[in-house]
Design a protein around this ligand. Structure first.
Ligand code: PLP
Length: 368
């Protein structure tokens, strides 16, 4: 029998979550963010499942877009950081991609192509995140050129929020105000066709940010962007379920330790289940003793260090655990965000850094 560490991806859950985006922002179009292998969920399968539900796919770079084309994905794809050379721009346009311009350099690369066709530009503006995007000054310059360029059919203005997941912060409202000012500084032109600001947290918590195009990522995978419970997030259905099995059981005496570095010491006689999963599969090594685990659907706790191939759980308080019993590391019942909190990170990172070792299964539960 083979090792039973598995990643189940529920494509029906992803379609359900896309439906929630539509319900929350009914008058907008959707760029479904499938960068970084669809946040570790498998970009080809996820994109093929999403094509009929959304208007664009969003990836980080041309390489990711070309992988989707190889898989047969037809929908236009937005390169959310644009291109890194003129030659890449050409390849991207041939592959039915739409490009972000976030710098004067990228404008120069596109101009160098002397395009004969007309294209859509996603013009990225820095409204306070200070990571990518044109400043107020550069925007006026770059936009002035795009407005008069024969090869530009339309411009979609884009910006990104730094704190939309923090409902107590006034940062999102400030960014919206800066955006309004920057928009106001541009000469009127019918080339500005649309505005795109909202990520998942914007979609769920800041309806005034919806405008014309929303860009959901994490919520499509059924993971909340918020640290606190949020009404809209309750309706999400987790798409990834990470499972394994118990492969050994033993009892340890009071004072005995478990695992590398002997970091956990039994404070009573305890039953320890060894589970076939470790950081070699994507389970985070930083998960501390006390991290929740579901064995036979019952909550228990990780004890000792996470190894490459195995973890241990204290199953003393749950009934009749046997070798071969099923384990959920995270999924529909145990949220990846809860595990992430015990590992000093966020759900985004855990799902994105799964390894290729576990068996990956795509399922369509249709139970939502
Ligand atoms: C990744 C990304 C998103 C999606 O963010 P989520 O928080 O996952 O919804 C939206 N816009 C841009 C520019 C991104 O890079």
């Amino acid at each position: 029998m083979s090792r039973s560490t598995k990643i189940h991806i529920d494509l029906a859950a992803i379609a359900h979550n896309a439906g929630l985006v539509k319900a929350l922002a009914p008058d907008t179009k959707i760029v479904a963010m499938v960068k970084a292998d669809a946040y570790g969920h498998g970009a080809a399968d996820v994109s093929l499942a999403l094509e009929q539900h959304v208007d664009r796919l969003g990836v980080c770079c041309l390489q990711e877009a070309l992988q989707l084309r190889t898989a047969g994905v037809q929908l236009p794809i937005v390169l959310i950081e644009g291109c890194f050379s003129a030659q890449e721009c050409m390849q991207a346009l041939q592959a039915n991609c739409e490009l972000v311009i976030h710098s004067e350099l990228q404008l120069a690369q596109l101009k160098a192509l002397n395009l004969r066709q007309q294209i859509t530009i996603w013009l990225k503006i820095d409204t306070g995140m200070h990571r990518l995007g044109l400043s107020a000054q550069d925007l006026v310059k770059v936009y002035g050129e795009l407005k008069d360029a024969a090869w530009v059919e339309k411009v979609i203005l884009v910006s990104h929020f730094a704190n939309a997941d923090n409902l107590a912060s006034d940062s999102t409202v400030l960014q919206l105000n800066v955006f309004g000012q920057m928009l106001g500084s541009l000469q009127a032109s019918d080339k500005i066709k649309a505005i795109s600001l909202a990520n998942s947290a914007g979609i769920m918590a800041w309806p005034q940010s919806h405008h014309d195009w929303v860009r959901p990522g994490i919520m499509l995978y059924g993971i909340s962007p918020f640290a606190q419970p949020h009404a809209a997030a309750q309706k999400l259905v987790a798409a990834m379920t990470f499972t394994s099995k118990v492969i050994a059981l033993r009892s340890v005496e009071l004072g005995e330790t478990v695992g590398y570095g002997s970091t956990w010491t039994a404070s009573r006689r305890s039953i320890i289940a060894t589970i076939a999963v470790g950081y070699g599969d994507g389970y985070p090594r930083t998960a501390a003793s006390g991290t929740p685990i579901l064995v036979n659907g019952q909550r228990c706790q990780l004890v000792g260090r996470v190894s490459m191939d195995m973890i241990c759980a204290d199953v003393s308080d749950i009934s009749s655990v046997k070798v071969d019993d099923p384990v959920e590391l995270w999924g529909k019942i145990l949220s990846v965000n809860e595990v992430a909190e015990h590992a000093g990170t966020v759900g985004y990172e855990l799902v994105t850094r799964m390894t290729s070792r576990p068996t990956r299964l795509f399922v369509n539960t249709n139970q939502h």
